[in-house]
Design a protein around this ligand. Structure first.
Ligand code: SF4
Length: 442
């Protein structure tokens, strides 16, 4: 009986890469690989890369350099690069780093068995196609749900928006929505394996338009209402959305679907109409604010999360102040903010860059405001009772940790033995910390 081979996967970047790494592990599991957390123990090492920030590719090359001693010690070790840098750089990776045996783009993970076999036969394997066939149709059902009671589920991939700073349309391709029947089947399988909360993933998830069970087009809201019917599935979330695809039925679902959690990640990037235009975001600051008002009218307690870029080419002090003004109007419970990062091949890369020190100062001020808002919104939770789904034991003895409906991390002292992983219980919030809340079981 052949000794099982060991697979070490290192994941960078977004939740979709986390999901993809799980699926690649399952695909290679079918080839007899078992997962290992120790790269020195591995027969294959896969780096699942992210291309969203500057120097992303250089980071991959430095990571690969660090693997050379492992390859020298074990010449049979196979090293692969997957994800968005693999898609963007392709053959160049093998030219620059000969110890790489396999390069595979995000749309070709279902072909990993053949690619892996080719490397075992001593060949180099490269696949950065955008295949006609849907990779999911060629990937077996999910053997197990690693993240129970919460799991990610990709429903849409790619993006047609072409924001001037973003590589995603080039590395993930055009928007593709998975058929609803496949998604619902995968969701049921996850629930059968202990999952109670599913986060629907897509680079532009609210642009989802998959074939419904009757063949008719189904929107994201339609899909959410179908998922709502699955017994045992208690919580539904989705990310990442574009303001222009927040359809009326999705806003309505936030108001009336009890399983759809009151948390919405809705990137805006800038509050300046001039910069939004330069970014090719196809909406104005006012239309975004109006949208937030409509969403809050449907679900007044919803927690809004956002993404921001400061120092976008040609951003002036006045543009930046527009962004600060928008943030003050929306009040974000959570937010991710970055300095603009030049991405090769994107329209903005050729434009006049903002002085890096100016950009750093703006980022500092913006993050000061956002963390102040986050702290205020967390403090407002003190004294309230919220539902918490417990996910694991805490760092302190007897402590259990979970997430509230608003995606806040909640710690409950002395709960071990009273609640199990996967339980959803009412918790009274008694204090607020830097990035989490403390509570007691009701
Ligand atoms: S909508 Fe998002 S994924 Fe699409 S191009 Fe813009 S930033 Fe990139």
């Amino acid at each position: 009986m052949e000794k099982p081979r060991k697979l070490y996967v290192k994941t960078y970047g977004c939740q979709m890469n986390v999901y993809d790494s799980e699926r690649m592990g399952e695909v290679l599991g079918g080839q007899g690989y078992i997962a290992t957390e120790n790269p020195a123990d591995a027969d294959m090492i896969l780096l699942n890369t992210c291309h969203i920030r500057e120097k992303a590719a250089e980071k991959v090359y430095s990571e690969l350099g660090k693997l050379k001693p492992l390859k020298d010690a074990n010449p049979d070790l196979k090293i692969g690069v997957a994800g968005c840098v693999a898609q963007a750089e392709g053959e160049e990776i093998m030219r620059r780093q000969p110890l790489v045996d396999l390069v595979v783009g995000p749309q070709s993970y279902h072909r990993l068995p053949q690619l892996e076999a080719a490397t075992r036969a001593g060949q180099k394997a490269l696949d950065t196609d955008f295949p006609a066939e849907d990779k999911f149709d060629h990937m077996d059902a999910r053997p197990k749900a690693r993240r129970a009671p919460a799991a990610f589920l990709t429903v849409q991939e790619g993006c047609d928006k072409f924001c001037a700073f973003c590589v995603v349309p080039y590395t993930r391709g055009a928007e593709v929505s998975r058929p609803a029947t496949r998604i619902l089947q995968e969701a049921r399988e996850l629930v059968d394996r202990g999952v109670r909360e599913i986060t629907l993933l897509g680079q532009n998830v609210n642009a989802y338009h998959g074939a419904g069970p009757n063949g008719a087009d189904m929107s994201l809201a339609g899909l959410i209402w179908e998922l709502d019917k699955i017994d045992g599935l208690e919580r539904i979330r989705f990310t990442t959305s574009h303001p222009n695809d927040m359809a009326d039925d999705l806003i309505e679902a936030h108001g009336s679907c009890a399983k759809l959690m009151p948390y919405l990640h809705l990137p805006v990037q800038s509050g300046s109409d001039r910069i939004l235009k330069r970014m090719n975001r196809s909406h104005s600051a006012q239309s975004y604010l109006d949208l937030i008002d409509r969403i809050r009218a449907a679900r007044p307690d919803i927690l809004i999360s956002g993404d921001f870029i400061v120092g976008f080419p040609e951003e002036t002090d006045a543009d930046f102040e527009d962004t600060m003004a928008l943030i003050r109007k929306v009040r974000y419970g959570q937010a991710f903010s970055f300095k603009y990062s030049t991405r090769p091949g994107t329209p903005a890369a050729e434009r006049a860059q903002v002085d890096p020190d100016v950009a750093s100062d703006r980022l500092y001020r913006l993050q000061e405001l956002l963390s102040q808002q986050q702290a205020e919104i967390q403090n407002d939770m003190v004294g309230r009772t919220v539902n918490v789904m417990f996910e694991k034991t805490g760092r302190l003895p007897g402590q259990m940790v979970g997430k509230s409906d608003y995606l806040h991390a909640v710690h409950v002292a002395g709960a071990e033995g009273q609640v199990a992983v996967g339980d959803i219980r009412a918790v009274k919030i008694i204090s607020s910390g830097r990035n989490s809340l403390a509570g007691e079981l009701v």
